[in-house]
Design a binder for this molecule. Structure first.
Ligand code: UD1
Length: 429
């Protein structure tokens, strides 16, 4: 199993290019099942998660071609025919968002058998809202032996669906099914994340009729068929925020390119409150910190445009060395503080009570062996290590590889001392 070794203390200077958004790319890949024509996705991230989903799509009948052209990494997905509407447990288990093939399979073929994704490290993560949305669109759903059996032999029909609370996954899933339903669908209390807008933009180029994405009410007029298209994946806001926080933690000056500041405005405001200098540019943003001590600030995670739960662990890493006590409240997932004991191994002073963590800033962190527990938690350890004295070894790097493309390369290019130890035995810790 690979490890990442980081020697802290170097300032970061340089440019970091941001990749396409993982959380968009995997839903766009699922959208390709809705048409028998090729969907060309540009600005594609190359990650373990996109690979997992690619493997599942091939089983369902998708021809998948990856190229690295002058316009960057592209993937063409072409499913002339659905050869199987079955998504087995083994493949869905590897990556939760694989579950989102259910809606497109159902919409295109009228039936699907897809494994329930099960819980995951950060919480129970149920899919009841996804299933209710599909039922509202006329699907007949049975659960048996861990599988969802969905049927709509005479096709889906439009409906008004009011979500009881914001769910990104359920909003996307309802969109993926409703685009081919008969008549009009209205999604009330819909998620407003940039990935929702990206999915709607892509589906609209494919011939769908979706209005209101990015607002709480999305209106979809079903169409008979969708066509092929070319679409550029939106920049990854979580990767953007993560490198912004890495730069703030290490100090120095880093330009984040191929991204947009407005994607992470709630984070940038908090970083400025903490004393980090942020310059918003047309083609990205620049983060500066000259070595002065940061101030402790409070954050609470919320659906977009609020503070992203996917940036909570990384922000907490920054607060471990701020002046004073900061409070981080997690309102989206019930078990998303697994990075806390690992940060404590580096010398952080954090107490957790329910969904709230109190972080008392320490003068410095000290490198140590630590263990990655989930995707975003693992990168918070990398951020902490950038400012820690001595060496930190992060074990179980496969979590990082799910969502961060060429992390060690991007950080090293700015002067960080980060290297990957290939296939190393896991250290006891
Ligand atoms: C969530 C995050 C998203 C992040 C992703 C990966 C929010 C609102 N969503 O999206 O920003 O990128 O995790 O970390 O911040 N829920 C149910 N039933 C359902 C679906 C969801 O109870 O059928 C609950 C979840 O357990 C959670 C909340 O609703 O407490 C929001 O979940 P949802 O937005 O659907 O999760 P993801 O799509 O995974």
């Amino acid at each position: 199993m690979d490890q990442i070794a980081i020697i802290g203390g170097s300032h970061l200077e340089g440019d970091i290019p941001i990749s396409g958004a993982k959380n968009s790319a995997i839903k766009l890949m699922a959208a390709s099942l809705l048409t028998d024509e090729p969907l060309r996705l540009t600005n594609m991230p190359r990650l373990a998660d996109t690979r997992f989903l690619g493997n599942l799509l091939r089983r369902l009948g998708t021809e998948l071609t990856e190229t690295n052209g002058p316009d960057g990494p592209q993937t063409v997905l072409h499913t002339p025919e659905i050869v199987s509407a079955f998504a087995p447990y083994d493949l869905v288990r590897q990556m939760r968002a694989s579950f989102n093939v259910l809606g497109p399979l159902l919409a295109r073929t009228g039936h699907a058998k897809v494994s329930l994704p099960g819980g995951c490290a950060i919480g129970a993560r149920p899919v009841d809202l996804h299933l209710k949305a599909l039922e509202a669109l006329g699907a007949h759903i049975d659960l048996n032996e861990g599988y969802v059996y969905a049927q709509a032999p005479r096709g889906l029909r439009g409906a008004t669906i009011t979500f009881p609370f914001v769910s990104v996954g359920a909003t996307e899933h309802a969109m993926l099914a409703a685009v081919l339903a008969r008549g009009e669908t209205i999604l009330m209390h819909a998620a407003r994340e940039p990935e929702i807008v990206d999915l709607a933009d892509c589906l609209n180029v494919m011939g769908a009729r979706i209005e209101g994405a990015g607002t709480p009410v999305i209106r979809i007029v079903g169409v008979e068929r969708l066509n092929g298209a070319t679409h550029a994946v939106t920049p990854d806001r979580i990767e953007t925020g993560t490198y912004a926080l890495a730069a703030a933690m290490a100090g120095g000056e880093v330009r984040l390119t191929n991204t947009r500041a407005d994607l992470i405005e709630s984070l940038l405001l908090k970083m400025e409150e903490a004393g980090v200098e942020v310059e918003r540019r047309n083609d990205g943003l620049t983060i500066r910190r000259n070595g002065s001590r940061l101030r402790a600030v409070e954050v609470e995670t919320d659906p977009y445009p609020g503070f992203a739960t996917d940036l909570q662990a990384q922000f907490m890493a920054l607060m471990t060395v701020a002046d004073g006590e900061s409070v981080v409240r997690e309102t989206i997932f019930e078990n998303r503080f697994m990075h806390v004991p690992e940060l404590a191994r580096l010398g952080a002073d954090i107490t957790v009570s329910g969904g709230e963590a109190r972080i008392r800033g320490v003068d410095f962190l000290q490198g140590a062996p630590v263990m990655a527990t989930d995707l975003r938690a693992s990168v918070s350890l990398v951020i902490a290590a950038l400012a820690a004295r001595g060496e930190t070894i992060v074990n179980r790097v496969y979590h990082l590889d799910r969502g961060f493309e060429r992390l060690e390369e991007k950080l090293s290019a700015c002067g960080a001392k980060v290297r990957r130890l290939k296939g190393h035995m896991e250290a006891e810790n």
